[in-house]
Design a protein around this ligand. Sequence first.
Ligand code: AMP
Ligand code: MG
Length: 480
Amino acid sequence: MQFNSRYPSLDAKLYHEQMPAPLKGAKAGHFNEALADQLQWSDEEKAQWVEICSGQKTFPEFHPLAMVYAGHQFGQWAGQLGDGRGLLIAQVLDRQGQTIDLHLKGAGSTPYSRMGDGRAVLRSVIREYLAGHALNSLGVPSSNSVGFTSSTQGVQRETLELGAMMLRTSDCHIRLGHFEWINQYQPDLLAEFTQKCLAWHYPECLDSEQPILAFATKVIQNTAVMIAKWQLVGFAHGVMNTDNLNITGSTLDFGPYGFMERFRPNWINNHSDYNARYTYQNQPSIAHWNLWNWLNNLIPLAPLENKEQFKQDLVQCLEHFEPTFLEHYTHGLCQKLGLPTFHKDSFDCGMAFLNILQSEQLDYTDSFIRLQNKQYEEIKDDCLDRRQFESFLTQYESIREKQNIAELDTEMKQANPVYTLRNHMAQKAIELAERNDFSEVNRLFKLLSQPFTKQTDLEQAEDLAPLPSDFPEVMVSCSS
Ligand code: AMP
Ligand code: MG
């Protein structure tokens, strides 16, 4: 590995150095060798992946540390938070020279653990491991993981579960909540901290006339792009608190997330979200709210002579959110449908298709694949209101008829995954892994590596459809 240790150059009040506390009986779960290659791991490091991903081996080049941050959880100020069960154990350069954080999750309690035990259970580690991999393979910016380990150590949740650790990778662990913590508890650190955020993550903004405003705009745009991509693949994060969004707009901190099956925009995968704040359809407006809240934390950086103007400029920055989101979402939706983005009726036609999926409770992923395969009769046969589908199809075909169909069909294939990580798929992999059988994790990992490619040898019938509607849904526990 090539180290590029930069977080420790921040003021020491922003983190706490400590070593991981390994679990008893650590054992291999899964190793993402392609990612290890991308991170320039040597053969020796690869051979030691279990020790590295279980906290038994750390590196002399980097002293592991827990970051402190704060946040708004479910819309309420939550005060100080921080890495309560994870440690940054290295910052390394990948093959493209980008700095990537290695963060060991489940590594024991820290000064920021509050009431928690500092551990992660195998169930939630597998869910995060597979989701990060799935999103990366789908081209959605996200954390990923080099590997995870299980153990023989019991960890108490609703029931006694197995403790586990995963080595998460991300281009950034600096959360919107970092800025909230600094403003609340150490405001003197804000200027230097922000300067480093620019230097590390948005160096191009340093040359701008107004670097802070340029930085704010980039963070807003990147977040808007990420959310558009979530909506397009049907991903619901579930816990969009300000401590779970970072400043580069890559997905972080998977809790009770879900990939949508039957299309229900008000679907809430997180059963602890009693007010339905973090439903799929709310994600754009919640991101907007989080960013608005974050921008307030930049106000102290205003030049003394024109504070009022600076505040107005920050509001202007936020106005980039909606058009950026809409541009990416519209383009992506048109691609999924095989419609030209420039046609005035394409977006409405896309909405008509989504309305059908919603009223007929059709599967999101599979319906786009059927449209792509021109299985129009099959879709219609699944509709109670067949006329609604016929009228969609008339408009759809009339838009397409004067276009370059072959080109649009190629785009469709690149935009519509055959496979998504359905809750019941993850659940089966977890249940087997809890009995020390990682074969299903292995299979899903391979399947989700190429979500756009039909893999007849690897797929199972259950991968392609939601559970029957009279089947009880897999309840995703909020505890992790
Ligand atoms: P989350 O909702 O998972 O993003 O977690 C919110 C905060 O609680 C973060 O500061 C976590 O580090 C902390 N946390 C969550 N679970 C635990 C745990 N088992 N032990 C210690 N801290 C935890
Ligand atoms: Mg979190």
